[in-house]
Design a protein around this ligand. Structure first.
Ligand code: ATP
Length: 449
């Protein structure tokens, strides 16, 4: 249900608006001042704020300015005032209000404004979670993450280097791609490079390229990723794992905007923006002498920290819906809904592998869904019906904890079996790191053949 925050220092007027909006089918919350509204916005996400203009303390205009600065288009604001004038209406719209309503006017006008705003917010959301190949979930129902999306929108069209931090699977690469897509570099290449997966010798030639015959095995000239990304964005994933000597070379390139291919003495001008990501604590790496401080300052003009999925559970339903649509389209299956226990499981699970893990769980549920089109953990269990059931009915009710453990054991066993017992591959398929899977295997006492 759509939530509207009503801000007014007159309790009666707040109550009237609340009644009006609730009869229209919206959920409401009330704040008696702009200050209280800001506190509420920190705790819960309201896509729409309807605020009085003249209030004791901070005015509605001040509130509008702060909301637009912190959340930009993630939150729309409608300004309500007792004394309307064309000038104030124009002023509020210039600051970014979605609409304007004068208290003495017909409430039908306000209703229309609200409906327009809701339609606009929902259309934006639909566009963002459509199931086309390259789209992703953008925006958030979690206040902290909604602010991060607003910051992403703001810094995208600048040349500032951005460092994205956060646990594995939180969507750092998606954010990097979004920064690129929203920038004026969008028609030029987005070049991702994983600094962790490549052996140190290879990463240098991948980044800087080489001339024909530069070293044994160097066939034709190879254009490196930094040169390929010229005009566009280079995404340096897992930058915390970059070796010290490559860090020196990268820093030099960032300072003088030139590279030298290996085996060449000529410099080539390059103009790329760097977006980097790491799930390591880069400041600690600097303290421990594993990361250059000067490079850290170069790459993090802005730092964007993405919280883990378990700290923004409000977003789970949108992700689930998005991935169901994606995998239903891919598999050609018609999915009508999901069982209550599956919903509870998805809402309450801790997702150590974050969005990647949620994505893999939903993919699996869609693939294994039976003909009725209802997603069910029961279908997700390969050996379901084999034990603990009588005539298809569960003989005793397990505690939630037991059921979860049971699911995890079967799920991990099944994926391990499918990946031929290879823990690295199985971890990748599940959206976990190797270590996370290894710890789970130990904790659940699973035998790996
Ligand atoms: N906002 C999103 N919308 C749709 N899918 C998403 C979103 N964020 C992440 N994902 C999906 O989750 C998976 C992990 O995302 P991504 O690779 O960006 O995470 P990461 O933080 O870079 O992970 P790692 O640190 O392991 O490289 C990907 O498959 C991605 O498609």
């Amino acid at each position: 249900m759509f939530s509207i925050l009503i801000v007014d220092d007159e309790p009666d007027y707040r109550e009237t608006l609340s009644l009006l909006f609730e009869t229209l089918g919206y959920r409401t919350a009330q704040a008696g001042s702009a200050e209280e509204a800001l506190t509420l916005l920190e705790q819960r996400f309201f896509p729409l704020v309807v605020t009085d203009m003249m209030m004791e303390g901070m005015s509605g205009i001040d509130l509008l300015k702060i909301v637009k600065a912190d959340y930009s288009d993630e939150i729309e604001v409608i300004m309500v005032t007792g004394y309307g004038s064309i000038e104030t209406a124009v002023e509020t719209m210039k600051i970014g209000a979605f609409g304007y309503f004068i208290k003495s006017h017909d409430p039908a006008e306000l209703r229309q404004e609200i409906e327009k705003a809701v339609e606009c917010l929902e259309a934006r959301k639909r566009k963002l979670i459509d199931s086309s190949q390259d789209s992703f979930v953008i925006g958030s129902r979690n206040p902290q993450m909604a602010r991060i999306w607003a910051l992403i929108n703001k810094v995208a069209d600048s040349n500032a280097n951005v460092l994205i931090t956060g646990e594995s699977g939180t969507g750092k690469e998606i954010v990097a791609k979004r920064l690129h897509d929203l920038s004026s570099r969008r028609d030029r290449p987005f070049v991702p490079i994983n600094c962790q997966s490549m052996p140190p010798g290879l990463i240098e030639s991948e980044l800087f390229g080489y001339e024909k015959g530069a070293f044994t095995g160097a066939g034709d000239r190879h254009i490196g990723k930094l040169e390929q990304g010229s005009g566009g964005t280079v995404f340096l994933d897992e930058i915390g794992d970059m070796s010290m000597d490559i860090q020196v070379k990268l820093l030099r390139t960032l300072e003088n905007h030139q590279i030298e291919r290996i085996g060449s003495t000529q410099s080539v001008d390059v103009n790329f923006r760097v977006v980097s990501a790491t799930n390591k604590d880069i400041r600690k790496a600097v303290e421990e002498g594993n990361f250059r401080e000067d490079l850290m300052y170069r790459i993090n003009t802005f730092e964007i920290h993405i919280p883990p999925l378990r700290d923004r559970r409000e977003d789970i339903p949108d992700f689930v819906e998005y991935f169901i649509r994606k995998y239903a389209a891919e598999t050609g299956k018609y999915i009508r809904g999901m069982s209550d226990d599956t919903k509870n499981y998805l809402m309450n699970y801790s997702y150590p592998g974050n969005i990647r893990e949620l994505k893999n769980i939903v993919e699996r549920l869609v693939i294994l869904a039976s003909k009725d089109g209802i997603l069910s953990l029961e279908d997700g269990r390969p050996e379901s019906g084999a034990e603990g059931t009588e005539g298809g009915r569960v003989s005793h009710i397990e505690s939630y904890k037991e059921a979860k453990r049971d699911f995890e054991i079967r799920y991990i066993r099944d994926v391990l079996k499918r990946e031929g017992g290879n823990i690295t591959w199985a971890a990748e398929a599940m959206g976990l790191s190797r270590r996370q899977l290894f710890n789970k295997i130990k904790e659940l006492n699973i035998r790996v053949d």
